[in-house]
Design a protein around this ligand. Structure first.
Ligand code: ATP
Ligand code: MG
Length: 326
């Protein structure tokens, strides 16, 4: 039986780039697509940004392709990550021939802890003057991330990864994170090279080629992967995956891009590359590689959307990718 893929376009350019990615998936595999709603539009209609039906469908599916949500982003994506039990956010950031990049040699993958750290939702207003945030780090979540990272580098035929942290200052929380990751790596025979996250920010700008797979706590992974997005030429190119034990959700790193939404000018590459990650996750490795090659070929020789200096539309780029796949 063919896998069931939930498709959530969401708001803004999600409604333009997700259909592009679905047409690419449809061209290379025999999936059953189930549309579901989430985001600002459904909130305005029903009062709920994430209907229970959408949550349940995502939790039961083989995988989900998600676009973007606007004002309601936190109300949508955080529970959806929970629906797939996602403990790791995979964020590749690589430069492509033909696309202007600050650092064309950039080819990184961030493996970001996806459930805790400062994003675990424990904030308090203690007085008129004082607010606090509780940073949550567990050995179990850190180990789960590290085990995934060990498998990930082994699959890629690499010997190790970097682990970014700030355990010299946050000795208890990042100390726990660092110790758990390093211990798992040692047990698995994988090299885990430590790097302080602030030093990483400088070093990756100066010489991204010295890094490959980077394992990070939640906030650090968010910020450092956005920094890497800047090195490779912008948001229109960056896919991501939220992976859980037996489910996953794939989404472009960019948001709803309200400034260009509705113009048919959004770059579909990030969404199509997210679809390639979905294919790979479900074991369609050849199809994933074909899609990546097709996107790379279009990025190199056009057509290009305005964010990459061209004047083509979303559909022109999608058609070009589909043509390369034939
Ligand atoms: P949101 O609050 O939904 O994240 P935003 O204003 O932060 O919206 P993003 O989608 O995060 O917008 O993107 C920031 C800018 O990057 C956009 O305004 C847009 O110009 C550009 N951008 C993002 N994604 C794309 C894309 N796929 N194609 C072209 N340009 C894009
Ligand atoms: Mg944004």
């Amino acid at each position: 039986m063919s896998e069931e893929i939930v498709v959530i376009e969401g708001d803004g350019i999600g409604q333009e780039v997700v259909p592009a990615a679905v047409s690419v998936l449809d061209a290379v595999a025999d999936f059953q697509f189930v549309e579901a709603e989430a985001g600002d539009a459904v909130q305005a209609e029903t009062g709920e940004a994430l209907p229970q039906a959408t949550y349940d469908t995502v939790a039961d599916a083989d995988a989900t392709l998600f676009g973007a949500a606007g004002e309601t982003a936190a109300d949508v994506i955080l529970p959806l990550r929970e629906a797939v039990g996602s403990f790791v956010n995979i964020r590749p950031a690589r430069a492509y021939p033909g696309v202007d990049a600050v650092r064309p040699e950039t080819d990184l993958v961030f493996l970001r802890e996806n459930t805790e750290g400062v994003y675990s939702g424990h904030e308090d207003r203690l007085s008129e003057d004082l607010s606090t945030l509780t940073r949550v780090v567990t050995t179990s979540a850190s180990e789960q991330l590290a085990e995934f990272a060990c498998e990930y580098v082994a699959d890629r035929g690499e010997s190790g990864f970097h682990v970014a942290h700030k355990a010299n200052v946050m000795r208890e929380t990042d100390g726990r994170f660092r110790d758990a990751v390093v211990d798992v790596a040692e047990r698995e025979g994988v090299e885990a090279e430590e790097v302080l996250m602030d030093a990483f920010a400088t070093r990756v700008c100066l010489n991204p080629g010295q890094f490959d797979v980077v394992v990070c706590p939640n906030l650090a992974g968010d910020v450092l992967s956005d920094l890497a997005a800047g090195l490779v030429g912008g948001l229109g190119l960056l896919p991501s995956a939220n992976v859980g034990p037996d489910n996953a959700l794939f989404e472009p790193v960019h948001g709803t891009a309200p400034d260009i939404a509705g113009e048919g000018a959004a770059n579909p590459s990030a969404a199509i590359l997210s679809a390639a990650m979905l294919l790979e996750h479900l074991g369609y490795d050849d199809e994933a590689a074909d899609v990546r090659t097709a996107v790379e070929s279009v990025l190199e020789s056009g057509p290009r959307t305005p964010d990459l200096g061209g004047n083509a539309g979303t559909e022109d780029v999608t058609t070009a990718v589909l043509d390369r796949l034939d």
